[in-house]
Design a protein around this ligand. Structure first.
Ligand code: ZN
Ligand code: ZN
Length: 266
């Protein structure tokens, strides 16, 4: 692309990882594992009675995780800035850091790798745990939903691990991980490489990457961006790559009246 990329400073972004964020991450991980274990305990007797439904739910959850990883990644790459209160430091900063220092995540420990995803999964884990299952005529559907949600959040939690592995050199990885990557059962390095080319506007799904091509063909993320811009006037990727480069990806024909001056329309 021709427009000059204006990105954040990697060192400053790395320094934004505060003690408060780390405490939240530790609490999120402990709560997440406790809740998922409780849901598994609750669902186990039902899974014995309907094993195929349980397997279907687990697989559907894997697909949902890939979609969720793409949607959350797109949200965090495209909108907002690390300077925003609360979510800026906790959720947006790592995404900005990852584009300017992609290898930095390979040095992150278990807590920094998994804390974020455990945090965003907590409401879903609570929902699955307290979902009613014994409703006359809907038992199968409710069990499938509970299994899908639990599988989804489990694989969403694993997503940062899969993503992290895609940034390691192959020689640094266990043979089983390389095997899973080669057969695209988890995110492969070659596939994920496509996302890391400026302006970082495609291939957001990072669990398996299976949904990247279908979503691109549907124009899903470009359509969502046009919708958000129409509603709010925000310019996608402005904070990540700078205004000029961002406008090159998502030009706004009517920008002067709506975005720059906010002239009231009558
Ligand atoms: Zn990204
Ligand atoms: Zn990456």
């Amino acid at each position: 692309m021709g427009g000059k990329l204006v990105q954040h400073d990697a060192t400053k972004l790395a320094q934004g990882y505060s003690r408060a964020v780390r405490t939240v991450e530790v609490l999120s991980i402990v709560s997440f594992y406790t809740l998922v274990a409780a849901v598994a305990w609750r669902g186990f007797p039902y899974a014995l009675k309907a094993p195929w439904l349980a397997l279907a739910g687990l697989f559907f959850g894997y697909l949902l995780a890939d979609f969720t990883s793409g949607f959350v990644h797109w949200l965090a790459d495209t909108w907002g800035s690390p300077d925003m209160p609360v979510i800026g430091k906790a959720l947006l900063r790592p995404f900005r850091e990852h584009h300017v220092a992609p290898k930095a995540m390979t040095l992150h420990d278990f807590i920094e790798t998994n804390g974020n995803n455990c945090l965003i999964s907590l409401p879903w884990a609570l929902g699955a745990l307290f979902m009613p299952l014994d409703v006359e005529g809907f038992g199968g559907l409710l069990f499938f939903t509970m299994t899908s949600i639990t599988s989804m959040i489990f694989w969403v939690m694993m997503t940062n691990q899969f993503h992290k592995w895609s940034h390691f050199e192959p020689a640094e990885l266990p043979a089983v991980v390389r095997w899973l990557q080669r057969y695209n059962l988890i995110l492969s390095p070659d596939h994920h490489d496509i996302h890391h080319r400026a302006p970082f506007d495609t291939h957001y799904c990072i669990t398996t990457g299976w949904l990247n091509v279908p979503l691109m063909r549907l124009g899903f993320f470009r359509g969502m961006e046009r919708l958000v811009t129409a509603l709010t006037g925000a310019i996608p990727r402005k904070d990540d790559i700078g205004l000029a480069a961002a406008l090159e990806v998502a030009p706004l024909p009517d920008a002067p009246s709506r975005v720059a001056t906010h002239t009231p329309q009558h």
